[in-house]
Design a protein around this ligand. Sequence first.
Ligand code: AKG
Length: 254
Amino acid sequence: MLSAEQVQRFDHDGFVLVENVFSPEEIAFLIEEVEQGQRVKKHAGNMPDAAGRSSKIALWMDKSDDVFGSVSASPRIVNGARILLREEVYHWHSKVMLKEPKVGGAWEWHQDYGYWYNDGVLYPRMLSCMIALDPATRANGCLKVVTGSHLLGRFNHGRVGNQAGIDAERVQAVLERLPVHYCEAPAGSALFFHANMFHSSEANTSDRPRRAYICCYNALANAPYGGKGHGKPEPIVPAADDAILKFGRAAVAR
Ligand SMILES: O=C(O)CCC(=O)C(=O)O
């Protein structure tokens, strides 16, 4: 459950970090699945940045019946999304973001709704929850957000190098007016952030990986027109609280 103060912080800043949402044992199972499982391998692609580095993203839209699905459907996350959006939500997509030591690249400034608008979603009643699998630090390229930028509305997104992003002139104008926050976070924490939040991240210059699992949700009453978009607009069946441990132990036993 989020406190009233955390909800207020999300409304005001566009993001809120909640620590200790997942235990070290649960995070160890998730990392095991990232490293050994088939799902990340099957969905992984490279995202090059302007400096020639590259980070990896593995994205899926189905409700996976595995340790990842147990997180995306966990009441710890889904109830947070419901409380922050004040309405019922459905699973949009989930993704593992991998920044390998020294070579993991940057993400340009963007808003997630800048992309999702093109899927026919009419309102930005959407959010993401980034779960830190490794401690996220400035050195390993933690997420960077612009506090309060979720209230600016949607910006047009075009090509910025190899990525889709907000043009440099507008980014500059925003950065002159609003503060940037580096979302350093311990493993097991959950960072909820609004779909209109300006965010980016720098390259991983450290000798440690920065891996994160991001679950994204849309309001059930905000399903895109024309049958487009990600996921299926249907209520989420809550995962049992011990589902991550059960899936994790079963995978290790195989
Ligand atoms: O993993 C990162 O550093 C960036 C993630 C991101 O920008 C996104 O998921 O929209």
